[in-house]
Design a protein around this ligand. Structure first.
Ligand code: UDP
Length: 383
């Protein structure tokens, strides 16, 4: 009946399903939630302000193919993400850059450090915080200590359940390098935009453009798919399924053994504020050494809806992942990028690959990788 089975309708699953359907395959998508798009799902909240239900999602990429693909399903509005970090009651430009230097230090000092930075690094270059540590210069060591202690340490420990920047794979803090420039944009990518009507609409449009495709919502794949380890066979509705399986859920759920790979989860405290039109100066403000939350997002500022009255904000708390809790904490958001977890993952992956060669693992959960939106799309397009 079906040629391809896709587990999960997040960007990875949905776009991979789209690709298969364009190749003329009959596709069944199985989705646990009642909604499409995985964690990019958004919905209208107060006065139609789009609420990104699973936290802020921002599109930025250097890959033209990603933009070209999405352009078939949405118009965009230009959006350059700007973030500040709250420090001693002031808002400091993030990623930390030359402007930030002048925001936090007296002018003469800032200018001396700027000169040092520009003598060492080319204008426009990016220096991960853990690289700056290696500099053998008293001003740059001072700068490293300042940024490490005020920008990275508190935030990282909140976000990663007590882990410090140096405990994590270097890719984590390298996502937000120090920028040797006066560019206050959070991302440096060539293409920066948001879909005009949000991400859910994009996903709905992709789905609507697929032929020979069925999608089952509210269905945990384990209700109808059985991975039989003993015989290396997969059953769909009790019938052997030999087709390709694009699997985007947690990899460990393929195996019968009760393995739990570590993740971080999130809790969002939402506030609808009807009597003000702007809650904060930036769409996202980070908090490192103050507050228990990591960041506050004001949606209308990143959905192109600043003209709407009232506002909707979320405070984002990082929480321990508790797979069986049945509440927000049972949603896996972030794989925890440390060597021991990568090793556990590789072990599971080699077992899955040898037992079920028809399974293709795709996306943040199945590949245990900290993918951005554009990576997820690009990988799905080449799946
Ligand atoms: N980070 C930080 N302070 C900040 C912003 C980021 O320490 O103000 C660190 C932190 O470890 C975080 C990582 O950099 O988890 C990646 O940040 P990013 O903004 O990319 O996180 P995401 O939006 O993916 O949650």
């Amino acid at each position: 009946m079906y040629d391809v089975l896709v587990i999960g309708s997040g960007l990875s699953g949905l776009i991979s399903a789209f690709k298969k359907s364009k190749e003329g395959k009959r596709v069944l998508i199985i989705e646990k939630r009642s909604t499409i798009g995985g964690n990019v799902y958004d919905k209208p909240s107060y006065n139609g302000i789009l609420e990104q239900v699973y936290g802020p999602h921002i599109l930025h990429t250097n890959k033209k193919e990603v933009v070209d693909f999405l352009s078939n399903f949405t118009e965009f509005f230009e959006y350059e993400h700007k973030v500040a970090i709250s420090l001693n009651g002031e808002l400091i430009s993030m990623p930390f850059n030359i402007n930030s230097l002048y925001e936090v230090f007296p002018r003469t000092m800032a200018s001396r450090i700027e000169e040092k930075l520009l003598s060492k690094y080319e204008y426009g270059s990016k220096v991960p915080i853990l690289k700056l540590k290696e500099e053998n210069d008293s001003d740059l060591s001072f700068l490293y200590d300042f940024i490490y202690n005020n920008v990275f340490l508190g935030y990282t420990m909140k976000q990663w359940g007590g882990l410090r920047p140096e405990d994590l794979d270097a890719q984590v803090t390298s996502r937000v390098p120090i920028s040797i420039s006066r560019d206050n944009r959070y991302f440096a990518d060539k293409y920066q935009m948001q879909p005009k009507h949000g991400f859910t609409r994009v996903c709905e449009n992709i789905l609507a453009d697929m032929k020979n495709t069925a999608i089952m919502f509210n269905t945990d794949f384990r209700e109808i798919v059985r991975f039989d380890e003993k015989n290396s066979k997969v059953y769909l509705d009790n019938t052997i399924f030999n087709g390709e399986i694009i699997y985007t859920a947690c990899i460990e759920d393929i195996l019968s053994e009760n393995i739990v790979l570590p993740y971080r989860s999130l809790r969002f405290d939402k506030e609808i504020i009807s009597d003000i039109n702007s809650y904060q100066k930036y769409s996202v403000i980070n908090y490192s050494n103050t507050q228990n939350y990591t960041r506050v997002t004001e949606f209308k500022k990143l959905t192109g809806q600043e003209n709407i009255n009232g506002t909707v904000v979320i405070k984002e708390y990082s929480v321990d992942y508790n797979k069986n809790a049945g509440d927000y904490s049972s949603i896996p958001y972030y794989p925890i990028p440390i060597a021991s977890n990568f090793n556990s993952y590789e072990d599971i992956k080699s077992r899955v690959n040898s037992l079920f060669p028809q399974v293709k693992l795709l996306g943040r959960l199945a590949e245990y990788k900290y993918y951005n939106i554009d990576d997820a799309i690009n990988n799905a397009l080449s799946s």
